[in-house]
Design a protein around this ligand. Structure first.
Ligand code: LLP
Length: 381
């Protein structure tokens, strides 16, 4: 739902653009602070949206940064996240990226393979430094989400599998330039039901016990992110139920008093505060359908084309009482460039503004220059 002031500003702005509701972002951050026990460390996953304006509010709310590339580490540093709150994950960190993160003395590298441990140890040695590391574990817990965003199953490329633990522990003894400080988990994204998080906790308990028995009482346990948002009803559920989410971890995670819990939330923080605003260029009457052709396409928001993801689509200009079904498509030369099929909207005409909701996470960051499209601006009101 947009205010009159916002609609007025939209009508004077060249489309397409991303609109971010900073007041909703602040309310979401307040809700996290209220729901999370004080001792929980929350990192924001920059991969969801790394816009400096959003990052400033997120940093001011006291969150740390979760990064998956050297440039995300750089962006966090530039946006004044404290270096001891920056974590760096990813299966394929390049030497250049590792060296940069070492220079920044970040809090922790989440390491995804034995080979990466060896490389990181060598690069730290070259700099006369010691790197803090957490082992990213593949817990084999099903997130029951889209297969492209499931990360915690044996078949996925992420993390170290339990059958490798003995080898990894032996290897770590030979790597003196690494401080082994934690375990890291992340099972997937857009997880709507809390059961996978409960299952994750039970698995973390087992794995943590295994490491304790081997003599490693690790001070940091990072359970990742993945809490999903409601794409169907963005206005009724603009802030997710953080209380129930954190309660699962309070209830089921069994850690030692010395162990601290870390989270890496992305979508649940920025997802609902962003919308892609676009204009209708043409209406075309097909054989069985009408097409509303927008000036935004899969280059601006790829989620529907890539994951068949649903985003609520609204005509925010028309007040016609007549409802008509449209396939909402973009201008890109691909048939997958479709935001929604048979979407019922008030009768729509050229020039109407269309809002594609819940696009604050994995929207702008995944946009591309395909078809030599222009990078699109962001608008904050
Ligand atoms: N931590 C790790 C290690 C991750 O891989 C991810 C997301 C997160 C945290 C944050 O997850 P979140 O809380 O946002 O679910 N492009 C896809 C989503 C990819 C998620 C990748 N990893 C989409 O548009 O749905």
């Amino acid at each position: 739902m947009f205010s009159k002031e916002q609609l007025n500003a939209f009508s004077k702005t060249e489309t397409p653009f991303y609109f971010y509701d900073l007041s909703l972002l602040n309310k979401t951050l307040d809700a996290i602070k209220k729901a999370a026990p004080e001792e929980y460390h929350i990192h924001y996953a920059l991969k969801a949206n790394a816009h400096p304006t959003l990052l400033e509010l997120i940093r001011k709310a006291g969150l740390g940064a979760d990064c998956v590339s050297g440039n995300e580490v750089k962006r966090s540093v530039e946006c004044n996240f404290s270096n001891d709150k920056i974590v760096f994950a990813g299966v394929g960190k390049s030497d250049k990226e590792i060296n940069y993160a070492l220079d920044q003395d970040i809090f922790c590298f989440n390491v995804e393979s034995t080979h990466e441990l060896q490389v990181l140890d060598q690069l730290a040695k070259n700099k006369n430094k010691k790197a803090n590391i957490a082992l990213r574990i593949n817990p084999n817990v099903d997130a029951y989400t889209h297969k492209y965003i499931t990360t915690g199953l044996e078949e996925n490329k992420f993390g170290i599998n339990p059958y490798e633990f003995d080898i990894v522990v032996e290897e770590l003894k030979k790597l003196p330039d690494l401080n082994f400080i934690g375990l890291h988990f992340h099972i997937g994204s857009q997880i709507g039901d809390l059961t996978p998080f409960k299952n994750l906790c039970l698995r973390v308990n087992e794995i943590n016990k295994w490491f304790i028995q081997k003599g490693y009482l690790l001070p940091h346990i990072n359970v990742g992110g993945g809490f999903g948002i409601n794409y169907k009803e963005p206005d009724n559920h603009s802030i997710v139920d953080f209380e129930s989410y954190f309660n699962v971890f309070k209830q089921f995670l069994e850690l030692q008093p010395q162990q601290q819990v870390h989270f890496e939330l992305g979508r649940a923080i920025t997802g609902q505060c962003g919308s892609l605003i676009s204009r209708v260029l043409y209406i075309k009457h097909g054989i069985n359908t009408n097409f509303a052709i927008l000036d935004a396409g899969m280059t601006e928001l790829i989620r529907p084309a890539l994951y068949q993801a649903y985003h609520k689509i609204e005509n925010i200009s028309s007040s016609s009482a007549k409802q008509v079904k449209y396939d909402i498509v973009g201008p890109i030369c691909e048939s997958s460039d479709c935001f929604g099929k048979a979407v019922e909207l008030p009768e729509t005409k050229r020039g109407d503004l269309i809002a594609i909701r819940s696009a604050g996470a994995y929207g702008e960051v995944m946009s591309s220059r395909y078809n030599l499209r222009e990078p699109l601006p962001s608008v904050f009101i």
